[in-house]
Design a protein around this ligand. Sequence first.
Ligand code: GTP
Ligand code: MG
Length: 333
Amino acid sequence: MAVEGSRPVENGSRQTSGAGGGTPLVVAAIPCFNEARFIGSVVLAVKKHVDRVLVIDDGSTDASAEIAASAGAVVASHGGNKGYGAAVRTALAKGKELGAGVLVVIDADGQHDARDIPRLVQPVLDGEADVVIGSRFLAGSNGVPLYRKMGQQVLTAATNVGSGHRLTDSQSGFRAYSSRAMSLLNLTEDGMSVSSEMQFAIANKGLKVAEVPIQVSYAEKSKRNPVGHGVNVLSRVLVLLSLRQPFVLFGIPGAALLVGGFVLGVRVLERYSETQLLALGTLMGAVLLVLIGVLGLFAAVMLQAMKELLRGQWERFERSEEAELGDGGEVRD
Ligand SMILES: Nc1nc2c(ncn2[C@@H]2O[C@H](COP(=O)(O)OP(=O)(O)OP(=O)(O)O)[C@@H](O)[C@H]2O)c(=O)[nH]1
Ligand SMILES: [Mg+2]
């Protein structure tokens, strides 16, 4: 079922003339999975800063959806657990459908401070940014536990290198989007890796990005295993990179190993001609480097060919995903 039209239903306390008026409609979307403890207070806090609050309930088995609705949110239900990335896609599609001028995505577990919303929204309203990222690391340490900070920095470094776009916090779930970003961002990652995928998409689509410092609270114990989460996102970043830039991931290292192998091989031959002794260990190393190098180059060429071949199909898939998301899930007030 679709969200009921784009009439300016206002469940927030921000004063605006709505979608049809001069002031852009500001909509907040909250991806939510089993957050009954926090979702009510998060909706109430967010409501003060936006015109409309959507909660994307992703098959929660607790009372999240009911609490969100009674706190005044419109609840879009996926009807099952499709993942955080799927919820972000729904949020972007619903924001577009509602005619939002700005869409804010904020976590449901109270880790973000709703009072930061106006600072995230402002660069979009000013036309300075299409995507504003609330960064936990822009203004020095702000209470993020060290082990998390280290993990997040690794993911950010990998995403920065992979996407070619530098951010200080690639994994932040607190973001604001312009209507242009809502239209242009076609994402496919279903899990938490969607934040990294977005950085690749931002670079590809030429969207303007701004980062603003945010406060976060880590009073609660982590719900997910940080190592598993990190490995999962990192492996998805590698997959994204291998599909988008096969020559960077496989071609360049492959060529370097091949050259290294040849250099070693030439050394072995030189020594043999001088001493008539075969350096067997070095020779095996050279052969191994050449083999791995050839495999890397082969993988790069194959992936590049696949990329070219699939480009048309990929674009069709993105368009159909967009249409499917436009249908959305069940929605209730
Ligand atoms: N829609 C949807 N939302 C999810 C899913 N998993 C997590 N979320 C929401 O996404 C936000 C971030 O998820 P968290 O599990 O808090 O991730 P995190 O903040 O990196 O990890 P913690 O430090 O453990 O809180 C929260 O609002 C969650 O409710 C999911 O499968 N689907
Ligand atoms: Mg959290």
